[in-house]
Write a protein that binds this ligand. Sequence first.
Ligand code: DAU
Length: 339
Amino acid sequence: MRLLVTGGLGFIGSNFIRHMLSKRRGLRVVNLDARTYAGNPANLADLAGDPRYRWIRGDIADPRTVERAMAGCDAVVHCAAETHVDRSILDASVFLRTNVIGTQVLLDAALRQRVSRFVHVSTDEVYGSVPRGRSREEDRLKPNSPYAASKAASDLVARSYAVTHGAPVIVTRASNNFGPYQYPEKALPLMITNWLDGLPFPLYGDGLQVRDWLYVVDHARALELVLEKGKPGEIYNVGGSHGCDNLELVERVRGLMGIPKDLVRRVADRPGHDRRYALDCSKLRALGFRHAYAFSEALEKTVSWYRARQQWWRPLKKGGGYQAYYRKQYSPRLKAEVR
Ligand code: DAU
């Protein structure tokens, strides 16, 4: 089988490609990735020289590039996206272009090239905040951030191609991923790497927002299962193995790393911050999915990985783009710390 993975230099995409190539000998993977700030060839450095893997640098919103990358592929797993909520608040335009237009361009090519499966990797954020209970796949979409709105829009475009054109589209909606190779702007890698440098972690608001933590390797396993056994036209929630609020997350990581309390700073909240996500994953379980990693084990592995792989994240944090973003996002907040 020849598989096109979009966004394969990103966090989820790179973990997915590594997982698939380690499991399936006869597989060929084409990775279409624009190498944005969050796409990093170092994420797949271990595949250098592997004849089963090829990276094509290009934009998913460019039809000619997409056509070329998809040629001869049997299936597509579409991971490419702009994904950071805080950045979407600062500037939404690239989110709409990549996440919505990019998905439409890919779907058009998938129809022309008659691929057998198109897995659209989405997020639980499309359901919006759920005060109680768990979101089911048929629930109405109520995205609150520009990022979540762009993903909800792309889910609807994908759905429309399945209904109107019979495209073999499957949508997955995952909860908060964590693990190796996550760009250090997201809460967990930011926390761990800041603490390794003796810097504070800026905790938004009261820290009582609940997230459902999914180890990225389990996410890769779920995507593999859905690709193989999922039903075209269906949506599958992919939840984590532990839901908790940010205060608990901070305490667990602080405990693992032996960090003093004063390295947590309460800062002004994220505007529109969703209070709680929780997923009903019975459809995925019915396909046979079980988590392979307990949360505590996966969290320990993750902390150890960032401790051991400083040569991976230090250059990212030193970069001008990261520094400029960090200053814009956090300087005013850290100056006006909330007690
Ligand atoms: O739920 C799935 C989503 O999870 C994905 O679709 C997104 O791409 C991914 O970024 C993530 O969204 P969140 O906004 O939940 O993740 P983030 O790591 O930014 O934040 C996790 C929680 O930590 C959230 O409640 C906000 C909080 N937080 C985050 C940052 C970056 C802080 O308190 N301080 C911070 O500096």
